[in-house]
Design a protein around this ligand. Structure first.
Ligand SMILES: C[S@@+](CC[C@H](N)C(=O)[O-])C[C@H]1O[C@@H](n2cnc3c(N)ncnc32)[C@H](O)[C@@H]1O
Length: 243
């Protein structure tokens, strides 16, 4: 996969992309991430990237010319998705991350200040993504969130000891509770079932806890999950504290 990121602040990406899963995926050649400074695509002497809004009002708006020049230069003639990070876009979630993880190449465009000239949205980008209903100062953190969630879904990106399969939101539910050593900590015990060695019972317990947790914390998610008869029975057993 190739990800091109257009930004006015390329240095912001150095740390977050150097380590952990993204750093490893880059080292393994699973993903190539190229960062471009939008300012490098200006043609005027002062490398101006923004200007005041027509009609008046506060702040500065990113000019269209460097945005178009930058996107056209990095993507060439190919059918590459051009995604604008914007609080007005479709909401990013695990399903969108999985969808993007299936692409071979994409361009992420980070806005800043008051945002980008509307003609960028109308005639340059092919998709708009928001990472939540709040306003960030720039699209850089949003692009990092998108890249992290997408890259960890690429086959081979996670170590053998990690898996996206049971992650919250991967199967529509929140993940079950996790425990590690010590078995007893300040008098709080690890559930006995996890020590039993009975894999089938452990799986049932985890599924039951996952259902219970989702129902309690995110009833909105439960409405979209197709519950099997076994799921319903499991939830009843969890309620009765049988498992
Ligand atoms: C201060 S915001 C501009 C917000 C714009 N005036 C509006 O109300 O829609 C500057 C830039 O941050 C990025 N941004 C802010 N919030 C975001 C969010 N929730 N998701 C994705 N990008 C966001 C966008 O790239 C945006 O152009």
């Amino acid at each position: 996969m190739k990800i091109h990121i257009l930004t006015l602040f390329p240095d912001m990406f150095a740390g977050p992309f150097a380590d952990s899963i993204i750093g490893r995926a880059v080292d393994q050649g699973l993903v190539e991430i190229d960062i471009y400074n939008i300012r490098d695509y200006t043609r005027d002497k002062h490398h101006v990237v923004d200007d005041s809004p027509y009609g008046g009002g506060p702040g500065m708006v990113l000019k269209p010319e460097p945005m178009f020049e930058a996107v056209e230069a990095v993507k060439g003639d190919g059918e590459v998705p051009v995604i604008l990070l914007t609080p007005q876009g479709r909401l990013f979630n695990q399903t969108v991350a999985a969808e993007l993880a299936g692409r071979e190449e994409m361009v992420l465009v980070c806005g800043h200040y008051e945002g980008v000239d509307e003609r960028v949205r109308q005639h340059l980008v092919t998709d708009e993504i928001s990472i939540g209903d709040y306003v960030l100062s720039g699209g850089e953190f949003a692009a990092m969130v998108v890249v992290d969630a997408v890259v960890r879904q690429l086959p081979g990106a996670l170590g053998s000891e990690e898996s996206v399969g049971d992650d919250s939101h991967s199967n529509g539910l929140l993940e079950y509770p996790q425990y590690t050593r010590p078995q007893s900590f300040r008098g709080w015990e690890v559930p006995q079932i996890l020590l039993s060695g009975n894999h089938a019972e452990v799986e049932r317990w985890r599924r039951g806890q996952s259902l219970k947790r989702t129902a309690e914390r995110r009833p909105d998610l439960m409405e979209r999950v197709a519950l099997s008869d076994e799921d319903k029975e499991l939830m009843a057993r969890v309620e009765r504290e049988e498992i």
